[in-house]
Design a protein around this ligand. Structure first.
Ligand SMILES: *Cc1c(COP(=O)(O)O)cnc(C)c1O
Length: 404
């Protein structure tokens, strides 16, 4: 059997081989999709030992499954984590993690800019259990550190954030949190392990919506938590009982996607930088939000903790929402859709997608202009994407001039 990967192998090799050696069956070179819910044993002693966790093996599909296990291994290896466990969606990974680790009376410190669903857990669901979530201004490091020092069980971070690509200093905040006795959890969905490895920067746990870049083909939902073994074991136990299990078919699709993770993310990051630079040169565009631009507020922090700057950018158009209406539908190479991280480019206004439930004033308070467009770059030829955005902008200019 192949070794799969070694301690020294580079991240591209790990994307291809990581975890793959575990469950090759009957000489198959590819991981089989094991749909069986039950796993049978003729030997009662052996069954008993597997059930007690004293011996490797599977008992029942809600708990563990061979295909799902390989997916968890691949993520674990890519993030350099001690352990990993998976979930039916990214939100299940986030909520199961928080509900495993928090108790009534605890305090969580996080950012106002976290993913919409995460924000809802903080503002809507945790307070039901007398758990306080303090959402800090995202890039105000002193503010965040002060809140952590007041006492917190968890510091929950994201970087880059959605949709305005803000950056926080993961190393600095992690050190401050650990000094104050708090655990640090980082949602690494936007960066991916190709561009950022929070565990190396000190984080205790890393979470992914595998639905996005890890899978990369927008055809499977999934989530994963990896990091400190003692914590991951507790979170696994919560999930095996509460049941937000990843489906084996989804695990297979995510695994297949991850074999090209490094190729996709490098291309997407390179293209995103090119498009961000191009948009900055255009009259029709008001502001471009991308951590790879030297004009970005926290470009220096991003350059320190990331390899490249990721496949997502956003930009605001001059004028009102009319501009967005005159631009977006004319793109040829972008699904107007709420997902991101796929091989096809997707674009949409946060006003309609991630932040649809907020009022205009609330969006304004978060620094989200009404004319903002989030653009998740696919792996199309970069020249076609730039030509596409160009014709979209020219169409917009033409259409707006026709109006009184
Ligand atoms: C999409 C997303 C999630 C939620 O993941 P689902 O798989 O949709 O449940 C969490 N965090 C970030 C940053 C995301 O983009």
């Amino acid at each position: 059997m192949r070794n799969g990967h070694t301690e020294e192998s580079r991240i591209g090799t790990r994307s291809v081989w990581g975890g793959e050696d575990s469950y090759l069956m009957q000489h198959a070179t590819q991981v089989p999709v094991v749909h069986s819910v039950g796993f049978g044993y003729d030997d009662l002693e052996q069954w008993h030992e597997v059930a007690l966790g004293l011996r490797e093996g599977h008992i029942y599909g809600r708990n563990t499954n061979p295909t799902v296990h390989v997916f968890e291994e691949k993520v674990r290896i890519l993030e350099d984590a001690e352990d990993a466990t998976s979930f039916s969606t990214g939100m299940a990974a986030i909520s199961n993690t928080l509900f495993t680790l928090l108790r009534p009376g605890d305090r969580v410190v996080s950012l106002v800019d976290t993913y919409g669903g995460t924000n809802k857990i903080f503002s809507e669901f945790l307070p039901n259990f007398n758990i306080e979530a303090v959402l800090c201004p995202t890039t105000d490091h002193e503010y965040i550190i002060r809140e952590v020092q007041k006492g917190a069980k968890i510091l929950y971070l994201e970087s880059p954030t959605n949709p305005t690509l803000k950056i926080v200093d993961l190393k600095r905040l992690t050190e401050a949190a650990h000094n104050a006795g708090a655990l640090v959890i980082v949602d690494n969905t936007f960066a991916t392990p190709i561009n950022q490895q929070p565990i190396r920067l000190g984080a205790d746990l890393v979470i992914h919506s595998a639905t996005k870049f890890l899978g990369g083909h927008a055809d499977a939902l999934g989530g994963v938590v990896c990091g400190r073994e003692d914590l991951v074991r507790k979170i696994y136990h919560y999930r095996e009982i509460n049941g937000a299990t990843l489906h084996p078919m989804s695990a297979y699709l995510l695994l297949r996607g991850m074999k090209t993770l490094h190729l996709r993310v490098r291309q997407q990051s390179e293209s995103a930088l090119r498009i961000a630079q191009f948009l900055q040169s255009r009259d029709e565009v008001d502001t471009v939000y991308y951590p790879g631009l030297p004009t970005h507020e926290n470009h220096a922090i991003a350059a320190k903790q990331m390899v490249q700057f990721g496949g997502v950018l956003s930009f605001s158009l001059k004028g009102g929402f009319e501009s967005v209406r005159a631009f977006l539908p004319h793109l040829h190479y972008a699904h107007l859709a709420a997902n991101l991280g796929a091989v096809e480019t997707t674009a949409g206004p946060p006003r309609t997608t991630s932040h649809v439930e907020l009022t205009q004033e609330e969006r304004q308070a978060l620094g989200i202009p009404e004319t903002l467009i989030r653009y998740s770059v696919g792996i199309e030829d970069i020249n076609d994407l730039i030509e596409d955005v160009t014709q979209g902008l020219e169409h917009m200019r033409y259409e707006l001039q026709l109006r009184p």
